[in-house]
Design a protein around this ligand. Structure first.
Ligand code: HEM
Length: 137
């Protein structure tokens, strides 16, 4: 009885944490890209230092997304249809691709490497966000 009363509050905490982490991971990447031209004017090293500072926020947010993502599946995966399951499987693949892209972006030294892996990370992150909205229905 009391558990049933607490369920909506737990759902609010779960989804709020998941969406808050998504704002940092996805929105942060888009924002940093937008700041790069201005950062370049502040010094050659400024974009790299800003990217490094962002990674201290983005990786904890990514970890929160993984943990609350598993929590989401445990909370809502009760007899969902095969289309929902397929979107979930594709989303998990895209999330891992986003993490791999971001990790390789952080290690890249050439302009091409930075551009390619940054695009992979940002693109896959936006796709993961859209798939999350589809899953939530
Ligand atoms: C880059 C990582 C991720 C992003 C940007 C992301 C984003 C989102 C967003 C925006 C929502 C919609 C929330 C709403 O409209 O209320 C959502 C829902 C959801 N996400 Fe994620 N997510 C990520 C990772 C994960 C992972 C790793 C999993 C599974 C292990 C997962 C499973 C789910 C599920 C099942 C829902 C539906 C929750 C519900 O209906 O209550 N997500 N996600």
């Amino acid at each position: 009885m009391i558990l049933a009363q607490l369920a909506p509050a737990a759902d609010a905490v779960r989804l709020s944490l998941h969406v808050l982490a998504a704002t940092v991971w996805v929105g942060g990447q888009l924002t940093v890209v937008g700041l790069v031209p201005t950062a370049r004017q502040l010094g050659e090293d400024a974009p790299r230092r800003i990217a490094r500072a962002f990674s201290r926020l983005s990786w904890p947010a990514y970890a929160v997304l993984l943990v609350t993502g598993v929590w989401n599946v445990a909370a809502v995966d009760r007899g969902q249809g095969s289309a929902w399951q397929a979107v979930l499987g594709a989303k998990i693949t895209v999330v891992l691709l986003a993490g791999l892209g971001a990790w390789l972006h952080g290690r890249a030294r050439s302009r091409l490497g930075l551009a390619v892996w940054g695009a992979v990370a940002g693109g896959a992150s936006v796709v993961a966000l859209v798939m999350g909205v589809v899953l939530a229905g």
